[in-house]
Ligand binder design. Structure first.
Ligand code: 4NP
Length: 151
């Protein structure tokens, strides 16, 4: 099972989601992350994201931002988008229904948050990053529960 986490810049939310997921990942699962914009390509995650992860014993410092590419729709089985804008952008890059079926909102499996977004913490403060971390942690658990029950 190959999972791709996607946000806008791939320097805040999706690197955190990737890092958190890696601490929980069953054997034979693979996780990566990407952004819908290439503005931060090659950069390490935002320092606040790195610090927040570190506070929880998760190391994301060596990750590097990359934009989503068309081969990701072949490589990955599941593509999770952090908010509606990202979801729409990712959908617009797909070629067929098979690819579209792989894509969902990151929080879709979290009870009472099905249609909600992981808020962008980029313009916020450390509290916003911590709240995002908690939400991502819940979302990762929910995704794994869902994938394990259906595989
Ligand atoms: P991310 O956060 O999508 O969670 O990585 C952002 C990073 C950069 C920008 C916006 C959001 N930006 O506008 O540069």
């Amino acid at each position: 099972m190959k999972i791709l986490m996607v946000c806008l810049g791939n320097i805040c939310r999706s690197p955190l989601a990737e890092g958190i997921m890696k601490t929980k990942l069953p054997e034979n699962f693979f996780v990566d992350s990407a952004g819908t914009i290439s503005m931060h390509e090659g950069e390490h995650p935002d320092k606040r994201a790195v610090k927040t992860a570190e506070n929880h014993g998760v190391d994301i410092s060596r990750q590097k931002s990359r934009p989503i590419v068309s081969s990701d729709f072949e490589t990955f089985d599941k593509i999770y988008c952090m908010d509606h804008r990202v979801y729409e952008d990712v959908i617009s890059k797909t070629k067929n229904d098979e690819q579209r079926q792989k894509i969902s909102l990151f929080l879709e499996n979290v009870a009472d948050r099905k249609n909600s977004e992981v808020p962008d913490p980029y313009w916020g403060d450390m509290n916003d990053f911590e709240n995002v971390f908690q939400l991502l942690d819940k979302g990762c658990d929910a995704i794994l529960n869902q994938l394990k029950t259906n595989n």
